[in-house]
Design a protein around this ligand. Sequence first.
Ligand SMILES: [Zn+2]
Length: 503
Amino acid sequence: MEITSYIIKKCTKIVKLYNTLSRNTEEFTSIIPQKAGIYVCGPTVYGAPHLGHVRGPIVFDVLRRYLIQQGYQVRFVRNITDVGHLVGDADEGEDKLQKQARLEQLEPMEVAQTYTDMYNSVMDRLNVIRPSIEPKASGHIIEQIEMIQTILNQGMAYEVDGSVYFDVEAYRNASNNYGELSGRVVEDLVAGAGNQSRDLEGQTEKRNPTDFALWKKSSPEHIMQWSSPWGKGYPGWHIECSAMSAKYLGEFFDIHGGGMDLLFPHHECEIAQSKAAHKHTPAKYWVHHNMITINGQKMAKSLNNGIKVEELFTGNHELLTRGFGAATLRFFVLQAHYRGTLDFSEEALLASDKGLARLVAAEQLIEGLKVSEVSTVDFSDIIDSIEYALNDDLNTPIVIAQLFEAARRVNLVNDGKETIDSNSKDLVSSLFRDYFRGVLGIPSNQDSSDNGTLDSVLKLLIELRSEAKLSKNYALSDQIRNKLKESGIELMDSKEGTSWKKA
Ligand SMILES: [Zn+2]
């Protein structure tokens, strides 16, 4: 097929996404033509990124890349939660950041910076494009206070002794359905809450157990506190996303994403806050990815089965016998549909590693394929199937299956069992470039796990070399550079720092 006709065909296809709010797969039409605003809930930065942190960013990165490929101009906002997320995940307990700061004897903002940097460096390795805007909750206190004030003015919140709570009953009395996203039933929530201790902090102030904090009064020893019309305090966890998404994407934007674990209470509360303040849901499409399990078990701190991403890269974990590269991890995540569960095990990672190696090997053969007058292989059907799969609620496992089929055909040509003309060769080359590297975003510098380990080792050497340079030990810094060159590794110095490549 001619490239031009392929492009025309592509434009007539439509992206479909499963919308949790309507419980239907819907055609995606952006609010402003050819522009797409996406908000994804980011990490609470109080610990090193673990396996549970990688799926969402990779899934929404693929969605972003695909929309860009479809001609959309995408504004992608992913926040950093550095205040307001309490240990109990509800309105009780200490702030997660403040607790970690106390444990590490650091400023809370030092904790936030450390783990934000760590998170972003993991995301870089996973080839997740950085957000267009990465707002921090602590940097948007004014916006949150303003939104709380609006909700108070609408009569859907109340103040008690310096704290402000969202009034779920008033919200429902104004014909809103609290539970429309998560499917939770308020009466069940009330009955469930009845079993909990009423002594929990804040519970006695609430008119109803389903009410949630918009603003919490802080005790004098609380480090993170700001002045507000209700006295010194700090914002609740849910209001930051409502305030920041409205600020950067408008009061009504295209896609709100996150994990299914955030459906309730976080996203349900976001919808309630926006409806109370702006009279409508903040986002047109609500897209949720499923969670990762470990050897069939839910990942949880209490089960002590969490794996840090760094441990995955190094293999330094009791469930692993070796390290895996970022490309393998990304490929593994995309081998499952984002709404299905994804079970992690070393066996599964080993299988992903093998599969990825097969695709990379085929990709590397393409350039050297001998061109014939006639092509006995075609790739346009594969591109059609890939497009269809991506349009069909981002079905990445089908995309990968089609890439394997492309690799099979490439191997047949390479073995002399089939022939390829220059058009087909161009097509299969663009197929790997646009989908394998482009939309799926498989990083190219860390194809094999060896490279993942190699990367960590080289990072260490690069660090040692810059330390040597700083202490004016140029003999050592030169020695590191020269010895590496002898081993086929070239170091490249630039303003941004030092990177490496295989010579
Ligand atoms: Zn959020």
